[in-house]
Design a binder for this molecule. Structure first.
Ligand code: ADP
Ligand code: MG
Length: 474
């Protein structure tokens, strides 16, 4: 049996600690770490390229370890060319997150090691895969994103409690439930956990999960093809509507209008709506009438997890992947990786892959060596939230005042400094910074940055004050 086909085996040999080593002959209870890694990559790509394309194009591919670097092995040149042209960049975006580096491609036909693999089917005709199926009752949810795999901490307590409440009593208390927080903090996980729970309890219900981006794409395509009726049937005839990353709606007016009517229809039928976003409703650049609807129910934020929660999340992830992760190592990683949970997971996967390939046990010393680059990047990463906190503390004002419309001198000056620091210390664009400061106009940011830069050049005392603030991040 090809390793990729052994889906039923969840046990892995990630942990090569002696007590967990399998005796010879029991290898069928182990999963090849590269198979697990490829499964994770495919899983991340499914919402991006669609399940059908994953099945058709990515399932026939395997990962191989060539002199310590991981490569994709395709069954033949057709598959390789198609994947190179259509999915290579997407695969590598995920691979970098998961493994910390890109994957290269080798074709089987070149080295002849996998001639027995079936050839990939011919590229599908453009019309074969429907973009969405209005008759389908459900949309796929990630099996890992359930409540029992979500670790509670003070940073996510409110969001978790609200999500559980919605899952037990949909369409009544909190409608819509609006979850917001920075990237990689568990919004999608919680939203899908609501979906899982309701599907389990109400098997006949139609639970639709969709990203705002997909909503937009489907709508545009349906407009082009004059098939809006089936689009509306698909998205409005639901029992539960889960829409991920609604900040994306800011991109198009027509999309906002369509979404407004979708929202109204679903809401009027007292069906549960859950929305997520990377910022609170008031700072999303969308029409007022839509924004106010987002605020009708409960708004819950998710903050970055504290150290103990990060450690608990790592232990949980390791348990799910059946990897023996010593607590000391989890603690060590949790101390170093602070930005988001996805980065934490990335470290774990990288460490597990390394230990498995080299057949070494997971130790703190090894973690330090293998994850050196991840940790270095981590230290450099400065968030807008962190800058706001440092500046607000320094000037003795509240973070909220930096974001408010208040234009008194007491607040404007620190705000301009924080905007200048955001420009210096992060990759954020002017509009992103503007958004983080309560939805100001990006020219306000530009004006602030220029003003502070001028003052810095001419005022020595001010220059020193800025250096002091900047030193918090160096
Ligand atoms: P977001 O949608 O906020 O960008 P995700 O929901 O995609 O973030 O979460 C990123 C990863 O981190 C997922 O694999 C998710 O399972 C994991 N994760 C985030 N928070 C937690 C948590 N509290 N417990 C367990 N896993 C978590
Ligand atoms: Mg998400």
């Amino acid at each position: 049996m090809h390793p990729l086909a052994s889906k039923t085996n969840r046990a892995t040999n990630w942990a090569a600690s002696p007590e967990r080593k399998q005796p010879a002959g029991t290898s069928e209870t182990q999963r090849d770490p590269l198979v697990v890694l490829w499964d994770l990559i495919k899983h991340d790509l499914e919402p991006v390229i669609g399940k059908q394309n994953v099945v058709t194009w990515l399932n026939p591919i395997g990962l191989v370890d060539v002199d310590g670097s991981v490569k994709m092995q395709t069954p033949n040149a057709t598959c390789r060319e198609w994947v190179m042209e259509h999915y290579f960049d997407a695969i590598n975006r995920v691979a970098v997150q998961r493994l910390g580096k890109q994957l290269e491609m080798i074709a089987d036909s070149e080295d002849g090691t996998r001639d027995s693999r079936p050839a990939a089917p011919a590229p599908p005709a453009a019309t074969v895969t429907p973009r969405f199926d209005p008759t389908r009752r459900d949309s796929p949810l990630d099996p890992r994103y359930r409540f029992d795999k979500f670790v509670e901490g003070t940073s996510n307590q409110l969001a978790l409690a609200a999500a559980k409440r919605v899952a037990s009593d949909p369409g009544s208390s909190y409608n819509p439930l609006f979850l917001y927080g920075s990237v990689g903090l568990g919004k999608t996980h919680l939203m899908q956990a609501v979906g899982h729970e309701l599907r389990a309890r109400m098997p006949h219900w139609r639970v639709i999960y969709v990203s705002a981006e997909r909503f937009m794409n489907e709508m545009i395509q349906s407009l082009k093809e004059d098939s809006m009726a089936s689009f509306r049937e698909w998205i409005r005839n639901v029992d539960v509507l889960l829409v991920d990353d609604v900040q994306m709606l800011a991109r198009g007016e027509r999309t906002q209008e369509e979404f407004f009517h979708t929202f109204n229809t679903v809401y009027e039928f007292r069906k549960q709506i859950v929305l997520t976003s990377d910022c609170p409703p008031k700072t999303i650049a969308i029409e007022e009438r839509l924004r106010s609807r987002f605020e009708w129910g409960l708004i819950a934020d998710i903050q970055p997890p504290d150290k103990e929660t990060r450690q608990a999340i790592l232990m949980k992830k390791a348990e799910v992947d059946r990897c023996h992760l010593p607590e000391g190592v989890a603690k060590y990683i949790a101390e170093h990786v602070k930005s988001n949970v996805r980065a934490l997971e990335g470290c774990l996967v990288r460490l597990m892959a390394h230990c498995s390939i080299t057949n070494q046990p997971i130790t703190e010393e090894l973690a330090a060596r293998v994850l050196k680059n991840q940790f270095a990047g981590e230290q450099e990463e400065v968030t807008l939230d962190a800058i706001q906190k440092v500046v607000a503390d320094h000037f003795g004002i509240r973070i909220q005042e930096l974001k408010a419309k208040n234009n008194s001198k007491r607040v404007v000056h620190p705000r301009q400094i924080a905007m200048w620091m955001a420009r210096e210390l992060t990759e954020s664009s002017l509009p992103e910074i503007a958004r983080a400061f309560g939805g100001k106009h990006h020219t306000t940011v530009l004006h602030s940055v220029e003003k502070i830069a001028r003052k810095k050049r001419t005022d020595i005392t001010f220059n020193k004050e800025l250096s002091l603030l900047m030193s918090s991040f160096q």
